[in-house]
Design a protein around this ligand. Structure first.
Ligand code: NAI
Ligand code: MG
Length: 508
């Protein structure tokens, strides 16, 4: 890994381009505390989707690498240096890891942007510092969460103690690579587990890089392993491994379902799923600030190229305010013109891959038969060799249209008119997904009524997709189960042990 001069602060695009040209990303797997090629020696091309160019060769792991990582993870777990140490030791290491991630912010942000096409501005200010915050949060929490003693009379003592489950597989997607890795790995490590992280094949670089930082932070060998590679070759053997105790997954609903079958076919490992979404953004005529609503609606779908599981891809607008809201929405969308992700002036970055670009363009074609396009609807910047799609808004969409029901995972918004509160609640809840909802109203009763009626994991009132470390994130229905973030996430990676001790002699 080429050292990056971190004393240069967020510079201009030519500065970042020369840094990008100089970077030599590590592409090997990380097993038992060291970087290793895949046992097969195979690699795959890691592509920058903003240029179409290969930026690294990455180890293409398979079953034998999973077996090696599990062996090392189990050995580490059984020796107890991490799993049974005083949790204040884990706290120190995880906080140190957070500090190291922050110290390497510019390098990690550049890697994340080159790997995914997302805006460098966002990598620098959100993805990387946000990931450090997650390690710090769970590091801080792990020696302060107390266990329980049960009132059991003078003849017994009963305790309920949390124990790490053992080996946790973290299988994560490409839209927020380091952040999603942190959301799974931080609580799992904090609880004392050994972890095997499988980054998405589209975005392995930051996960691989932080393995070295984890060692520097004092996390013992075998406790944190990173296995890059493809889903069927690495994800499936993780799901099917009889010595992995738990999997935390973020990704598509289709593959989430597959993990449930992997568990059923192997050792009944617990599976925590954060999958697809089709979140609703609802604007009522009593919303006092339609401009703010329009800006939030644009952010809700165009942030991160719309590659966000909780993206508010369905915009329900009351028919009385459609005329007023539409121009405000179009104006807000103008801020999301795609451009070079390294340029701080770009409004949106590149799509993750050519495959995803084709998938999204396919939906846009379907949409043309279902509704009117207000803006966008095409790919742009082809001369860059990259995969860019213009922010796209369909108007007058029916709630049952394909573009209003399928998760598109791109910068494509469906504007759906509605007349009554009951109608919009029914339409919003008709999705197979239930991740988030955003409701814009200045009627307090309506706000509370709607937040109760929405069958989702998180409701944002007069704000959009509000995510905070302290509050749980996740969904209902086919958006998955269990919650990332907050202290509740810690319990996903723990077992509860009940201990009864009979006492003799009675009171003093
Ligand atoms: P995916 O669900 O295939 O990938 C997510 C992770 O699962 C990756 O690490 C991948 O390697 C792994 N995986 C893939 N196939 C697997 C298998 N057979 N067994 C075990 N692990 C496997 O997501 P993909 O194909 O990259 O994206 C397709 C769609 O999924 C997107 O268009 C979007 O709709 C949805 N998606 C949702 C995400 C979310 O945040 N909820 C994130 C990424 C994708
Ligand atoms: Mg896939």
């Amino acid at each position: 890994m080429t050292a990056i001069n971190t004393s240069i602060s967020a510079g201009d695009v030519s500065e970042w381009t020369s840094r990008a040209d100089a970077i030599r990303p590590e592409g090997r797997a990380f097993i038992h505390g060291r970087y290793l090629p895949a046992a097969s020696g195979k690699t795959f091309d890691c592509i920058n989707p903003a240029t179409g160019k290969t930026i690294a060769q990455v180890a293409s792991c398979a079953t034998s690498d999973v077996d090696a990582a599990v062996k090392s993870a189990r050995k580490a777990f059984d020796t107890g240096t991490w799993s049974q140490c005083d949790p204040s030791e884990r706290r120190k290491s995880l906080i140190r890891l957070a500090d190291l991630i922050e110290g390497a912010r510019e390098e990690l942000a550049l890697l994340e942007t080159l790997d995914t096409g997302k805006l460098l501005r966002d990598s620098l200010t959100l993805d990387i510092p946000g990931s450090a915050d997650v390690f710090r949060f769970f590091g801080e929490a792990c020696d302060k969460l107390l266990d329980e003693a049960v009132p059991a009379g003078s003849e017994a003592l009963a305790t309920i103690t949390r124990e790490p489950v053992g080996i946790v597989g973290a299988v994560v997607p490409w839209n927020f690579p380091l952040k999603m890795a942190a959301w799974k790995c931080a609580p799992a490590l904090a609880a004392g587990n050994s972890v095997i992280l499988k980054p998405a094949e589209q975005s392995p670089l930051t996960a691989i890089r932080i393995a070295a930082l984890a060692v520097e932070a004092g996390i013992p060998e075998g406790v944190f392993n990173v296995l890059p590679g493809f889903g069927p070759e690495v994800g499936a053997p993780i799901g099917l491994h009889c010595d992995i105790d738990c999997v935390g997954f973020t990704g598509s609903t289709e593959i989430g379902k597959r993990f449930m079958t992997y568990a059923g076919r192997s050792n009944m490992k617990r599976i925590w799923l954060e999958c697809g979404g089709k979140s609703a953004f609802v604007v009522f005529p009593d919303c006092k600030d339609l401009k703010a609503a329009a800006q939030a609606a644009a952010a809700g779908i165009f942030f991160n190229q719309g590659e966000v599981c909780s993206a508010t891809s369905r915009l329900f607008v009351h028919e009385d305010i459609t005329k007023e809201l539409t121009p405000l929405l179009l104006e807000a969308a103008m801020a999301y013109q795609p451009g070079n992700p390294l340029d701080q002036a770009s409004g949106m970055g590149a799509m993750i891959s050519e495959e995803q670009t084709q998938r999204v363009l396919g939906y846009i074609e379907k949409g043309r038969g279902e509704a009117d396009i207000l803006i966008g609807g095409h790919r742009i910047l082809q001369e860059t060799g990259g995969s860019f799609i213009a922010p796209t808004i369909f108007n007058g969409v029916s709630a049952q249209a394909v573009i209003a029901t399928d998760e598109i995972f791109g910068p494509v918004l469906s504007v759906i008119p509605f007349k009554t509160e009951a109608e919009v609640v029914a339409a919003a809840n008709s999705s197979i997904y239930g991740l988030g909802a955003s409701v814009w109203t200045n009627d307090l009763d309506r706000a509370i009524r709607l937040s109760r009626a929405m069958h989702v994991g998180s409701v944002s009132i007069n704000t959009v997709d509000h995510v905070d470390l302290r509050t749980p994130f996740g969904g209902v229905k086919q958006s998955g189960n269990g919650r990332d973030l907050s202290l509740h996430a810690f319990d996903k990676y723990c077992d509860l042990k009940t201990t009864w001790i009979a006492l003799q002699g009675g009171p003093v």
